[in-house]
Design a binder for this molecule. Structure first.
Ligand code: NAD
Length: 417
């Protein structure tokens, strides 16, 4: 693989995927990393410091991540005069797994979000966001420790497909006329309406559900809830629900059971080792994450429902500063902070690296390096317990000392078991 302006590190090897789809991770895997805009460089430096320390501690130099700096956003404009150069996409495609800081999305001007472009270019169809509580972090709810869910959000369809026409344009007019005259619907559609299309397919839904069930099996999760608005939108959201159940029955019938069957055939107690498939209407799900979060495990959602639910769930455990995420396809996986680039804090060594670092933990788990992954989680727990934390955590904790991003990373390293 040749690049225009990148030279891959010579002391590492490339992750590959076997014919059966299994990830083959060498001892010195090359991992492309996009530091990102704004606070990105600060949190990327801190995250690499902790990940390297945990890997070194567990593998004693036998295994090591070889970081490969690649560019997107402002840094890419400076180097390539292009926000998302081909070099960057090629590097991620070639190395399969990558880590990414936040990127600033230019507002207006017809430029699509870089994050959306990356997801579409690499066909990263599942956005995976675990939400769990770290003891000691301030929370707006009484029992934040009950929250331990993973949101599995479809990434390529629904409103994210971005098929829209602006009010008053010939295209919007054409669609409105087409609907009224050819399709016999929308007689009350106003001429000054903007138009958006919400496609949701059987293919898109079933591959998301397949990914979610495989994740549930690997991580010993006990239920998957399909979250939809099928009572209102029958052929998109309602179909999402139906296709989700179908996929579970057709491809994973031996390891799944529906909630209905649990009550009908098993006296209300799920058979041991089976993953319960259930569904909830989206608005009710927002109540459930506040009132009974412990009854939920994985939530499989269309794009928009998942977008809202991710932030709302993260808020109950203390906010986005500690919420990790991954965008995954059949093999490619891009692990990324869930918050944005917070430009006002850029280069102040101030913000919390937790979101990106925990995304790094998900990456280590995906690579099968589970021991350093677990150690980092314990290190974070220890650092929070010591109350030497970044400003966002400090202001929610009694008696805490505010430390810089880099100092918080050192605190986590000190607490690695
Ligand atoms: P933001 O997440 O960047 O910041 C909002 C506020 O959250 C900040 O002012 C800060 O108070 C807090 N915050 C964010 N990250 C933090 C951290 N690590 N530690 C402590 N506090 C933190 O959201 P925004 O201001 O709406 O967006 C800024 C830019 O980021 C926009 O261009 C937006 O499009 C982009 N964005 C990118 C991503 C991504 O790359 N995945 C996600 C969301 C937003």
């Amino acid at each position: 693989m040749s690049y225009e302006k990148l030279t891959p590190p010579s002391d590492g090897e490339t992750i590959t995927v076997s014919r059966s789809g299994k990830l083959q991770v060498p001892d010195r895997p090359i991992i492309p990393m996009i530091d990102g805009d704004g606070i990105g460089p600060d949190i990327s430096r801190a995250s690499r410091r902790v990940i390297d320390a945990a890997v070194e501690k567990y593998f004693g130099g036998q295994k090591k991540i070889v970081w490969f700096q690649v560019f997107a956003g402002a840094a890419a404009i400076a180097k390539y005069n292009d926000v998302l150069p081909k070099d960057t996409l090629d590097a991620i495609k070639n190395h399969i797994v990558a880590l990414k800081g936040p990127l600033t999305t230019p507002v207006g001007g017809g430029i699509r979000s870089l994050n959306v472009t990356l997801r579409q270019e690499l066909d990263l169809y599942a956005c995976v966001r675990p939400v769990r509580y770290f003891r000691g972090v301030g929370s707006p709810v009484k029992k934040p420790q009950l929250m331990d869910i993973v949101i599995y959000r479809e990434n390529t369809e629904d409103v994210y497909a971005g098929i829209e026409w602006e009010k008053g344009t010939p295209e919007a007019q054409k669609i409105i006329q087409f609907l009224k005259t050819q399709m016999g619907v929308g007689k009350n559609l106003r001429d000054d309406a903007g138009i958006g299309i919400k496609p949701m397919s059987e293919t898109g839904t079933k591959r998301l559900m397949r990914h979610a069930i495989r994740y549930a099996i690997k991580h010993k999760r006990t239920s998957i809830t399909l979250v939809h608005k099928g009572n209102i939108m029958k052929y998109t959201e309602g179909a999402f629900r139906q296709w989700g159940y179908e996929l579970a029955r057709e491809e994973f019938g031996g390891v799944t059971v529906t909630e209905e069957e649990v009550f009908k055939n098993h006296g209300g107690t799920p058979p041991k080792g089976k993953i319960v498939i259930k569904d909830r209407i989206a608005d009710s799900m927002f109540q459930q994450i506040l009132l009974r979060p412990d009854e939920y495990d994985i939530l499989a959602t269309p794009n928009l429902n998942g977008d809202y639910l991710s932030d709302a769930s993260a808020a109950t455990v203390g906010g986005l500063g500690m919420a990790p995420g991954a965008n995954m396809g059949d093999a490619y996986a891009l692990f990324e902070a869930t918050h944005g680039s917070a430009p006002k804090y850029a280069d102040l060594d101030k913000v919390n690296p937790g979101s990106l670092l925990l995304s790094g933990v998900m990456m280590l788990e995906y690579m099968g390096w589970t021991k350093p992954a677990k150690a980092i989680v314990k290190g974070i727990q220890g650092a929070i317990k010591s109350k030497r934390v970044t400003y966002d955590l400090a202001r929610q904790m009694k008696g805490a000392t505010e430390v810089k991003t880099s100092e918080f990373a050192e605190e986590i390293v000190r607490h690695l078991p």
